[in-house]
Design a protein around this ligand. Sequence first.
Ligand SMILES: Cc1cc2nc3c(=O)[nH]c(=O)nc-3n(C[C@H](O)[C@H](O)[C@H](O)COP(=O)(O)OP(=O)(O)OC[C@H]3O[C@@H](n4cnc5c(N)ncnc54)[C@H](O)[C@@H]3O)c2cc1C
Ligand code: FES
Length: 571
Amino acid sequence: MMGCMNRPPPKQLYPQLMELPAMTPEARAKIEADAREHINAGNAALAQAQNDYHRAMIGNDTAGMVAAMTRQRVALGEMESGTAALRALSEGQPPRQIALAWFREQMNLSPGASSVDGPVRPFGISWFHFISMVVAALFALTVLAFGVARHRRSIALVNQLTKATPVPVPVPVPVQRPPAQPPTPQVTAPPMPRAVVAPGRGWIGSLLVASIVRETPHVKTFRLVDPNGGPVPFTFVPGQFLNFSTDIEGRTIRRSYTIASPPSRNSYVEITVKREDEGEFSRFLHDKLAVGDVLQVSGPAGAFTFDGGTADNIVLIAGGVGITPMMCVIRYLTDTSWPGEVFLVFAMRSTEEFIFREELEYLQRRYPRLHVAATVGSRSEGTAWMGLEGPISRETLAHAVPGIEKRRVHLCGPPPMMEAIRGLLGELGVPPDQIKTEAFGPATGLVPPARPAPPPPPPASVARLLDKVDAAAADVSPQQAVGPATATVSFARSARSAPLPPDKSVLEVAESIGVPIDYSCRVGTCGICKTRLLSGQVTMEVQDALTDEDKANGLILACQAHALHDIAVDA
Ligand SMILES: Cc1cc2nc3c(=O)[nH]c(=O)nc-3n(C[C@H](O)[C@H](O)[C@H](O)COP(=O)(O)OP(=O)(O)OC[C@H]3O[C@@H](n4cnc5c(N)ncnc54)[C@H](O)[C@@H]3O)c2cc1C
Ligand code: FES
């Protein structure tokens, strides 16, 4: 073995083959002999290298192992060359071709890659490979071109949006309905203006009606999407609402609707709306709005929120369509597998008015920590009901929510129902500061005591304007006043003034004499009616929409502002 190791390697076989111009019997014999010598030598060297490898492995000599492996490869190559030569001889190939085949193999070339034996081919490769490579290169260039074009378009769009002038208030437009085919939610071109963020008002823009689903005889759910596709262009917290505006018979009407879908599903938002028999906006939504229409929206707004971060369990009490903020919370908490317990106590007029009944039953089966107690005023014909009947009572609450006095409670429903439940919660020992409420309409008596908002001193220009207003006040006829007044409200910008009865808000008086003040919720939560108080003092039952900064700047909510003494506002 040692001898084999030190033996000089046989002369290279393939160069010899290249030198042989033709196959004579002598040449053939010589090649055959050389080939056998290569095979034998390679075989012996391979055996030796294998032994050396094992020895190095046992001795943990990694350098020796690497060297032995290298020798094994050389030995295998020698055997391979000898074997290939023998095979070529047996198949009758000329020696030059045998050598060329070896070189091609060493260079990883295809068998036809030679101008010696075959037709001329591009870059020494086959036409098939050449064409495939050209096609692949063209494809890559096309993808690159598309990518660059898309990038340029995105930059242009971003520039366009960032240069957009913020819109101070939502611009109400009539429902935009395409003339011919009903459009699908996937509108792609031309892109509609996206998010505009107005100070204090949040996002303002358009949402497209993607679907309308009837939930009960008087309630429908409207699914809204971004007309440009993709996720909705704003973020929100479960329990927040959006402000909608539209023109109805030449007047701009604004209303607020809670987002009933959870933020965990961000490709759409849903509002669930009850049709009021005499209601302007809800009838418009129910009777006129169609899939494919576009609505003007701003928001989100509202502090009646719960995302699971501020308590480890929650009690939700809802009446009628007041279920919408609760549904958003429940959907969000179950979507995100919130570990806390959720109690829903829900009252409705009749079984057919049980909004989201199937979904609540489904969620209750899937999430054992969700407890639903529903009570109905009456059973509607054709519906089954084995649950509670009558309004929510003290016993219902105590039974449905054990230890309610220690839990955080959210309450939303018609004002009389909310007032009654507040009383029951008080009897059950729930501290008032553990109760959060949202009214969908005026909620007198359900809110903390009003606090006076001191006005900032009016600037000189405003003081001059106020003098004008005082003079104009004499022009207002007493018939325009609303109820017995103890004070006067002056609207500086409109140069109008009117008596301000204690039971009327600044907004109501403004409306009665045609002074325009925008509004939406009329319950102090949306902030649309923010107005600057120039002089005097007002009280506001709800000030949810006012930030500390707003208060420091003398802003008030016209829909909530009442006064016993003269005031002036910037409207
Ligand atoms: C923060 C917030 C969130 C809300 N979320 C939801 C929600 O998720 N779902 C929902 O359905 N609602 C919600 N609302 C209520 C909603 O904003 C509207 O107040 C409601 O849809 C009624 O609006 P409307 O224009 O149809 O009725 P309006 O025209 O404002 O009328 C209000 C009420 O007065 C009655 N009325 C109107 N005109 C007359 C008349 N001439 N004579 C006698 N009665 C009359 C109507 O029957 C109705 O009951 C929410 C409100 C707020 C403030
Ligand atoms: S109208 Fe919404 S806060 Fe006054």
